[in-house]
Design a protein around this ligand. Structure first.
Ligand code: 26Y
Length: 820
């Protein structure tokens, strides 16, 4: 029979074991006995891929047949996490695989551990994109990711002597990824540089000449829906040069083919690496090149597919949506215009109407230093035709503004797409979209009232909020299977399809045996985490201690340094009184600092310096432990989050657009200590005062301080002895590096404490104390954990995605009159 007969026919674990053994042989030319774990993993992944293959083909055929509206989620970043366990879960193969392998004396968990964790993103924005791919497939929406197949992911972080060092993340060890389908026949060509000649014969024609053309080869990663037969795709583009037809010219240096091949490598380096920065924008030419490469390749292939299906281009907004993940792919606005105008011959007005009705944009940050603005000369040189189009968009847009606000040059300049010698990508994204959304209520409010207030006044109907959501399938079912099982035993399994049903857990908050079972699950997860830390770092942590985790990118606004100052203060209490009554605590940190971000790197050093002091001080008697987990990634999050009691979410209010780690902790029964920012506010509203620890300045207060020139941190230094002490300890030799933390000291005291760390310190310490005291009341604490899990349903990606489907992409079935 065909390869697929057994896919359908195979039922039992025995068949699985046979198929697996055969696949090891087929793939590696080795018997099972002599295959390594990595080889076994690859054979297993390959076997699972055959299941995906059929569903991928069937899904594609069904979409075509139904003419279902497609969503393309364009993002420079995707952080999907490891895929084997997720695929087994979603395909419903978990049990048969686990038991089939057990017959062969193979432990599935060990094979799962062999998979690389693709780090094709920086943090929240990239992980969100991956959560949404999961939700789209699981909801049966035809939604696909479009991204870049970076040859090296976000750097691998290793810490020596407390200093972060970066190493290339060689995730494609075998030169290929075991899940992807390379599709060279769908290669697209992307053009850079050159010049544009304008010919007028009745109509204007734009001839692009002398450009450099780079091939974009797509690699599709299958994204399986949860037990619904659907498989969508994450399409990642790779820059490749085919030298087959490039004649080598041997000049007198005789370098011919060497040069051709050297050029190939230089060109292909376009997709070598992901920029390791979040929140600090740098106008790097290569990054602009990557952005256009992704956008142009994606849009060309999207339009080609649309046209091949004989659909009318004017129906584009009815047939598909293009969503841009922050401004990074906002060139999509101009590229779609270019394709409609130059390649498909439509007029401006019609093209603009189609473009704006097709594209929508999510904003993920209000930090001014993260807003993308490209210098005109760089932009124009790299993308001459695109620049002409942006100019035209800008002129028409400014004319419209002039009609609305005659004479108000200041306002028009503030909103213009091209101003001050730069191209403003957020303005382009807003002008070119029919929907613009923020990612939490407070973030959207700040967009409307402050960051984008002019645009909001002009087109209020474009703006809406969609609070982020995360996939509870990965963050509960996969990361915390014991908890998932316990929940199923209590309330059945309907919460898996409909996470709001988690609310029913509230009925068990007073059920002693359920509370005990929850506590047992938490303890087992803490043990698993403790074992990892012991094995990897040789640090013994007390599994009965309060495990408090602060895991995310290292950034001043996320205030890991405030957490450190509190630990220093806690330690000082022991130094003052060795018998101080301190609830045993384990503080876990993990996160990468951007390689060029000195202060963030020094925060890592500070955490290590503190760990060094505290973990070895006999006076502490193991009551405090500080652990920094290196090379934070999705897999580490899956280990840390279920094993944590407390979730640190303490950004300066107004700065964290939403946060998504906060939601993952909540789902796993950790209690949040947090500022009133981003989704913390929504969590607070969901769980109520008793089940969260909030503190600190509100966003309004922070913004009011900024309007009035900040505050004087020295006042706090003089008022609060604890603050004075920890500040001096940064620079007085308390750490064996007297000048090491001068930058932190100066930022706190001499540069106005821009992030309000000292201002929020007293409240933070107070609420930390309160939290510790409530933690030791285990019964009370268990209720908090249950309340958090029970109210986490609204933070499922499915809810967020249903909102996008309804309010942004208009995914309801098309009325027949619009069907082709
Ligand atoms: C322009 C370049 C430097 C840049 C690259 C990456 C700028 C920003 C980023 C990434 C931003 C990011 O990850 N933002 C996070 O998005 C999450 C998902 O919406 C939010 O939950 C989180 O608050 C926000 O910081």
């Amino acid at each position: 029979g065909t390869n697929f007969d057994f896919v359908d026919a195979m039922s039992g674990e025995e068949d699985f074991a046979i198929a697996f053994t055969a696949n090891v042989m087929k793939l590696h030319g080795k018997s099972l006995d002599s295959a390594s774990n990595r080889e076994k993993y690859l054979a297993l992944a390959d076997l699972v891929r055959t299941f995906l293959s059929k569903r991928l083909a069937d899904t594609e055929a069904a979409y075509r047949q139904e003419q279902k509206k497609q969503v393309y989620y364009l993002s420079l970043e995707f952080l999907p996490g490891r895929l084997l366990a997720a695929n087994l879960l979603n395909l419903g193969l978990q049990q048969v695989c686990e038991q089939g392998l057990r017959r062969l004396n193979i432990n599935l968990a060990e094979l799962i551990d062999q998979e690389e964790d693709p780090a094709l993103g920086n943090g929240g924005l990239g992980r969100l994109a991956a959560c949404y791919l999961d939700s789209m497939a699981s909801l049966g929406l035809a939604g696909h990711g479009c991204g870049i197949r970076y040859r090296y992911g976000l750097f691998e972080q290793r810490v020596t002597d407390g200093y972060q060092r970066e190493f290339p993340d060689n995730w494609l060890k075998e030169g290929r990824n075991e899940w992807e389908y390379r599709r060279p026949e769908e290669t697209m060509n992307v053009r850079f540089g050159g010049r544009v000649r304008t010919i007028a014969n009745g109509k204007l024609h734009f001839i692009h000449e002398n450009y450099q053309q780079i091939s974009a080869v797509p690699y599709d990663i299958p994204i399986a829906g949860y037990q619904n037969e659907i498989v969508n795709t994450l399409r990642l583009w790779s820059a490749e040069v085919d030298v087959t037809y490039q004649a080598c010219t041997f000049d007198r240096h005789g370098k011919g083919c060497i040069n051709v091949i050297a050029d190939k490598h230089a060109t292909e380096s376009l997709t070598d690496t992901l920029y390791p920065d979040d929140s600090v924008y740098e106008g790097k030419l290569l990054r602009l090149k990557q952005q256009y490469f992704l956008v142009s390749a994606s849009l060309q292939s999207i339009l080609r597919k649309h046209v091949v299906n004989k659909a009318d281009l004017r129906l584009l907004p009815e047939k598909l949506s293009i969503h841009i993940n922050d401004t990074h792919p906002s060139l999509a606005v101009a590229e779609l215009m270019r394709l409609l105008l130059d390649e498909y011959g439509l007029g401006w007005a019609e093209s603009w109407d189609i473009t704006t009705r097709t594209i929508s944009y999510t904003n993920h940050t209000v930090l001014p230093e993260a807003l993308e603005k490209w210098p005109i000369d760089l932009f124009q040189t790299l993308l001459p035709r695109i620049y002409m189009i942006v100019q035209e968009i800008n002129e028409r847009f400014c004319r419209e503004l002039w009609d609305m606000y005659p004479g108000d040059w200041q306002k028009i300049k503030a909103m213009a797409i091209i101003a001050d010698g730069t191209v403003h990508m957020a303005a382009l994204a807003i002008a070119g979209s029919h929907r613009v959304n923020g990612v939490s209520a407070i973030h959207t409010q700040i967009l409307k009232q402050k960051t984008m207030s002019d645009f909001y006044q002009l087109t209020p109907q474009k703006f809406l909020n969609i609070t982020n959501g995360v996939t509870h399938r990965r963050w509960m079912l996969l990361a915390n299977p014991d908890l998932a099982q316990l929940i199923c035993e209590a309330i059945g399994d309907r919460w898996i399809a409909n996470p709001d049903e988690l609310q029913h857990l509230l009925n068990f908050a007073h059920d002693n045996s359920f509370c005990c079972a929850m506590a047992k699950v938490k303890f087992a997860n803490k043990l698993r985490l403790a074992k990892y830390i012991q094995a990897k770092y040789g640090i013994a942590i007390d599994t009965c201690s309060l495990i408090d985790s602060h895991i995310k990118r290292i950034h001043a606004y996320k205030r890991q340094s405030m957490n450190v100052l509190h630990i220093m203060d806690l330690y000082n209490r022991i130094l003052d009184n060795p018998h101080a009554d301190i609830v045993p605590r384990t503080f876990i940190f993990a996160g990468k600092a951007a390689p060029g971000y000195y202060k963030a790197k020094q925060t890592i050093k500070l955490i290590h310096a503190l760990a060094e002091k505290i973990n070895h001080d006999p006076l502490v008697k193991n009551r405090i432990k500080v652990v920094f987990l290196q090379n934070y990634n999705v897999s580490h999050a899956e280990l840390i989050i279920p094993g944590s009691d407390v979730s640190e979410q303490i950004p300066t209010a107004s700065m964290e657009a939403c946060g998504t780690g906060n939601m993952k902790f909540m789902m796993n029964g950790a209690v949040t200590i947090g500022t009133l920012d981003g989704a913390n506010i929504a969590i607070w509203e969901a769980v109520g005062d008793d089940n969260i620890f909030t503190f600190g300045l509100t966003a309004d207060q922070v913004l009011a301080y900024y309007r009035n020139g900040g505050y004087n941190p020295w006042d706090i230094y003089h008022q609060d002895l604890r603050v004075k002490t920890v500040m001096e300890q940064l620079v007085n030799g308390f750490f064996p590096y007297p000048e090491e933390f001068r930058a932190h000291y100066d930022a706190f005291l001499n540069q106005g404490d821009h992030y309000f760390v000292l201002k929020d310190f007293a409240q933070y310490v107070e609420v930390q104390n309160k939290l510790a005291n409530e933690f030791i009341n285990t019964e009370l604490w268990q209720k908090k954990c249950i309340a958090n899990v029970a109210h986490s349903g609204i933070f499922a990606g499915d809810r967020a995605f249903a909102e996008y489907a309804l309010s942004v992409w208009d995914l309801a079935e098309r009325p027949p009159c619009l069907r082709q």
